[in-house]
Design a protein around this ligand. Structure first.
Ligand SMILES: Cc1cc2nc3c(=O)[nH]c(=O)nc-3n(C[C@H](O)[C@H](O)[C@H](O)COP(=O)(O)OP(=O)(O)OC[C@H]3O[C@@H](n4cnc5c(N)ncnc54)[C@H](O)[C@@H]3O)c2cc1C
Length: 381
């Protein structure tokens, strides 16, 4: 067992921190207040290689291995205040690029991956529906087969990037059977007749990550745009979720590290009476607990990423990572606000924003309750 990062991985992380600090934080508080998605930040990240980290060089990517990807994302999270942008990029990578890369035809990979890697097109993933979120395979959007393709009807809910997306990976029921089988995965391009993108939602956090609903009304999709086999959509979605749950919180580890350092520094400087607050055991304990949650989050997430690195299944480990790291992230952000007292509650300090952003993490990619169901089921319960 080796717990050390290689020199190359340390360099990757350091480069990511420097890039994020210098290119992604400009006028961020105002942008967050306006809920403004940063096309400039998106392009800068693509130029840095972020959107193409996973994808082979042949399709315009960086071809990094899963552990290198964790090192980069952790560094980006440490340096970047715009968690909405980072969340949007993660949704793009794990739920749009990855299914095309793992299950798409050669023609689809050549057509779509270079633009997705290089920042020319933005991807979204549409699975959740108004009446099926946790009950994910209860989806009702239909895909009716006709001569040259499929006709989609139905609606999708909470779709990250939808207002700015050029490409949607969409799951719909193409067969009569219910549940896991009979679902097909499609690529639908922006501007396709019958694809309707709703008004942008206002959210509690991740405000710079645009989201809306999406509807399909007699939306015709050619057969060439089916991803994988007809009826294999649930397998594609599960694969994509296993990767997403492993990696999507990597940047949050970087945020947790930055906040932990800020709290430590503040607890040494801020005095009540003659004593720094860090000398109060109640405050010191909070800082220690934050550190323990940060370090355990790392170990759990790295293990899941290592399994993907050696090309092993990580269904349970990715659910454990998603559950543990998201809960730790929320708890650490809440403790950070508390340690800073009244200042922690003020917008200028950025801590209330980090808490609002963190709260979404126990909901997206499957709620904490659903991760527990998965871990329980794979434990034989
Ligand atoms: C910021 C954000 C981004 C998102 N981006 C996308 C996206 O890009 N694409 C997409 O398709 N979806 C996206 N979603 C949707 C997300 O996947 C769903 O919100 C999530 O799966 C929960 O579904 P729901 O909202 O319908 O809640 P429900 O399923 O209605 O759940 C409500 C509550 O009941 C609990 N619950 C439900 N069923 C069970 C059960 N069987 N056992 C135990 N507890 C249960 C849940 O844990 C939750 O606490 C996003 C959501 C958020 C918040």
């Amino acid at each position: 067992m080796d717990f050390a990062w290689s020199k190359n991985q340390k360099d990757l992380k350091e480069a990511a921190v420097k890039f994020a600090e210098s290119k992604l934080n400009d006028k961020f508080i105002e942008k967050e207040e306006r809920g403004e998605f940063s096309y400039q930040g998106w392009k800068a990240c693509a130029d840095f290689g972020l959107q193409g980290m996973l994808i082979p060089k042949a399709y315009g990517g960086m071809e990094l291995n899963p552990l290198d990807i964790v090192a980069v994302l952790e560094g980006i999270g440490y340096g970047c205040r715009d968690s909405g942008l980072l969340f949007s990029i993660n949704a793009h990578i794990w739920a749009c690029e990855l299914p095309i890369y793992h299950f798409g035809t050669e023609e689809q990979k050549q057509k779509y991956l270079p633009g997705l890697c290089q920042g020319q097109s933005i991807g979204a993933n549409a699975m959740t529906e108004p009446d099926s979120g946790s009950d994910v395979y209860g989806l009702r959007t239909t895909a009716t087969e006709e001569k040259d393709g499929f006709v989609l009807n139905g609606s999708k809910m909470f779709i990250t990037n939808a207002p700015v997306a050029d490409l949607f990976v969409v799951y719909a029921r193409s067969g009569a059977s219910k549940g896991f089988s009979g679902i097909t995965c499609f690529i639908i391009e922006k501007g396709t007749e019958g694809l309707m993108v709703g008004k942008e939602f206002k959210k509690m956090g991740l405000r710079t990550s645009p989201m809306s609903d999406v509807a399909f009304q007699q939306c015709r999709v050619p057969k060439n745009n089916v991803v994988g086999k007809i009826g294999s959509g649930a397998i594609i979605f599960s694969d994509s979720m296993e990767w997403e749950r492993t990696f999507i919180l990597s940047y949050c580890i970087g945020v947790m590290e930055r906040q932990w350092e800020a709290c430590l520094k503040y607890a040494k400087l801020r005095k009540t009476g003659e004593k720094p607050i860090g000398k109060q055991q109640a405050v010191a304990n909070k800082i220690v607990e934050m550190r323990v949650r940060l370090e355990t989050s790392r170990l759990i997430l790295y293990k899941a990423a290592w399994l993907k690195n050696i090309k092993k299944s990580a269904v349970t480990d990715s659910a454990i990572a998603k559950l543990y790291v998201s809960e730790a992230y929320v708890n650490n952000m809440r403790d950070a606000v508390q340690i800073f007292g009244g200042y922690g509650y003020m917008v200028e300090y950025g801590l209330e924003r980090e808490l609002r952003d963190a709260l979404a993490s126990t909901i997206y990619s499957g709620t904490s309750e659903i991760q527990k169901n998965i871990i329980g089921a794979f434990s034989g319960l």
